[in-house]
Design a protein around this ligand. Structure first.
Ligand SMILES: NC(=O)c1ccc[n+]([C@@H]2O[C@H](COP(=O)([O-])OP(=O)(O)OC[C@H]3O[C@@H](n4cnc5c(N)ncnc54)[C@H](O)[C@@H]3O)[C@@H](O)[C@H]2O)c1
Length: 346
């Protein structure tokens, strides 16, 4: 299969690229290389003959037209996005531009390309989205694909808008789309502004481990390589027009998560006092969603997928990866905003 992957120099996109190249697919990685990108994430496949990189912005219609004409992909997997909720609170404009206008521009380029190719039934536009579009849960219940959208941050609102555009392009123009809405990912190459890498890297430097609010917010954590596998399955086997929720079946509070990381670090890189002593409660994020939980029944029953890595195992692998790859994260610590508390504007 020939894949055009947008956002393939980011965290999840690079996992998709590495996996797809190793599986023998032809992969074109199109990425604008924003602050969140790192080409080292795909270094292990960069010299493979079935891998190509194009530096381009998804808002640049001419660049998209050129890429589609030159590489003639069978499918587009769309992961390019502004992805950090805290940054969306400080600067929502970039989120509207990339996540909404960018997705619109890509949809129009994809539609023109697909129509030009005779509206092939085999073409797929796979839109990768988040469970955050569903809003916040109480202590019970799970998000299904029928849960009404109720986004509560500029990030999740921009992703919800893009999901609606994708469905509209399917209903109105017949563009063969599939969508996925996934829970929180973690694993190697996670950009050092998100909770898990921040916790590991602060711990290694003996700095406070910040927990927003009282740490009771619940997330469902999925190991990124499991997500990449699920995405490659959906793009090949998913039903046109259908959404699939993807989750890790690993719910825990932010406090439990950080405590687990501290326990792993105590074993792998012991220090005089337990890492847990560094835990520090800080002011909450405005509008912080209380709980996300995914009902993965559809993807399990229709496509036979379920996560393979438990949160305990995945966190251990992740901590070990950060211990082994200091040069990767050191280079990113100078990027704009990294290491600062963001998202306190409200
Ligand atoms: N991280 C998660 O836990 C999670 C969970 C569910 C869904 N998602 C979704 O998965 C996708 C990937 O998330 P991620 O965590 O890998 O994000 P990321 O921020 O790590 O990577 C995003 C990539 O998109 C690129 N990009 C940004 N704007 C662009 C533009 N205008 N044109 C071209 N490229 C652009 C960046 O350079 C970067 O390489 C996003 O759509 C996100 O909404 C993420």
């Amino acid at each position: 299969m020939k894949l055009l992957v947008t956002g393939g120099a980011g965290f999840i996109g690079s996992a998709v690229v590495r996996r797809a190249v190793r599986d023998g697919h032809q992969v074109v990685n199109l990425d604008a290389l924003t602050y969140a990108a790192c080409l080292d994430n795909v270094a292990e496949v960069a010299d493979e003959p079935n891998y190509t990189f194009i530096e381009a912005d998804i808002r640049d219609r001419a660049a998209l037209n050129r890429a589609l004409a030159e590489y003639a992909p069978d499918v587009i997997m769309h992961l390019a996005a502004e992805s950090h909720v805290d940054r969306s609170i400080d600067g929502p404009g970039a989120f509207i531009e990339t996540n909404v206008t960018g997705t619109y521009t890509l949809l129009e380029a994809a539609r023109a390309y697909w129509e030009g190719q005779g509206r092939s039934d085999n073409f797929r536009f796979h839109h990768i989205s988040t469970d955050e579009v569903y809003g916040s849960l109480g202590s019970t219940g799970q998000f299904t694909e029928e849960t009404p959208y109720d986004p509560r941050s500029p990030y999740s609102a921009s992703k919800a808008a893009s999901d609606h555009l994708v469905r509209a392009w399917c209903a109105t123009y017949g563009l063969p789309v599939v969508l996925t809405n996934c829970s929180n990912n973690y694993g190697p190459y996670h950009f050092p502004e998100k909770l898990i890498p921040v916790t590991i890297l602060n711990a290694l430097e003996g700095k406070p481990l910040p927990i927003y609010g009282d740490g009771s917010n619940v997330r469902d954590w999925l190991y990124v390589e499991d997500h990449a596998e699920a995405l490659l399955l959906v793009v090949q086997k998913g039903q046109i027009g259908r959404s699939y929720n993807i989750g890790g079946e690993n719910e825990c509070t932010n406090l439990q998560l950080v405590q687990m990381l501290c326990g792993i670090l105590d074993r792998l890189r012991p220090r005089a006092t337990p890492y847990g002593d560094l835990i520090t409660f800080v002011a909450d994020r405005p509008g912080h969603d209380a709980r996300y939980a995914i009902d993965p029944t559809r993807i399990r029953q229709e496509l036979g997928w379920r996560p393979s890595v438990s949160v305990e195992e995945g966190l251990e692998r992740t901590v070990q990866w950060y211990l082994d790859n200091e040069s990767w994260w050191r280079a990113l610590q100078n990027r704009d905003g990294v290491g600062k508390r963001l998202g306190m504007k409200a």
